[in-house]
Ligand binder design. Sequence first.
Ligand code: ISJ
Length: 267
Amino acid sequence: MGRDTPTGAPSLDAVRARIDIVDSELLKLLDERAGLAAAVAAAKKAAGGDGKFGLRSAREAQVLRHLLAQPRESATPALIVRIWREIIGDSLSRQGPFHLAVWGGKQETRAVELARLRFGIAPPMAIVEKPEQALAAAKTPGGVAVLSLGGGHAWWGRLLAQPSLRVFATLPCLSSWGPTSAMAVAEVKVEPSGRDQTLWVTDSNLPNAKIVEALSRDGVAGEPLAESGGLKLFALAGFYQTDDARLARAPGTLSGVIGAAPEPFDL
Ligand SMILES: C=C(O[C@@H]1C=C(C(=O)O)C=C[C@H]1O)C(=O)O
């Protein structure tokens, strides 16, 4: 092309020309992908979805895992997850109402960042003062609550008495973006994605190590996530049903499953 530099590397002009072509191709595909959202909404309605909130956390995890497993040379997992979260969030917002209510306590900035990383820029966001307000918003059509695990508030314990509200995601969804420090809650049915963790609450006053030991004797691998107000929150490896016999035997008088979430993608 006569545009290579003396070292054999392509010239800046040549690279820029290639970037312009790739960008046009990306845009064409992005436009097609965005257009499919309406088709998904119509298909869900035809399948009897009746305009119910279309968020499917397990399906999203499968989409992302499939992409992350494909051969590539330069795109990092972080880039792929970031871009597809944005695309999926936009797609979901085209299917019907979709809005966020974020409670971060003392970690408000981080909670807002985690909410945007997970759900993209499409859904409007309200920042609320109390966990109760976020949970109330999650009970309105298209509502998703993002609540921080820090701040010493056992908001997650309330979900034991509100089975319609389920934790469906732990944030962030890449462990290289930091430890689990918030969770997302909505009126959705949680489904297994193939690689999941179950969120389980107990009022047992045994030390965490003893609870982990008791669970493991029953073949359940658990790790403590948070503790407050006499309640403890654990992440259990795998997908457990609410009425699982092993959990019925686990320590605590008041205990139960409050949801399940795909494992972080980079584990
Ligand atoms: C498109 C769907 O709805 C939502 C959007 C998705 C997407 O854009 O890939 C995936 C899962 C859902 O949260 C779907 O259910 O397939």
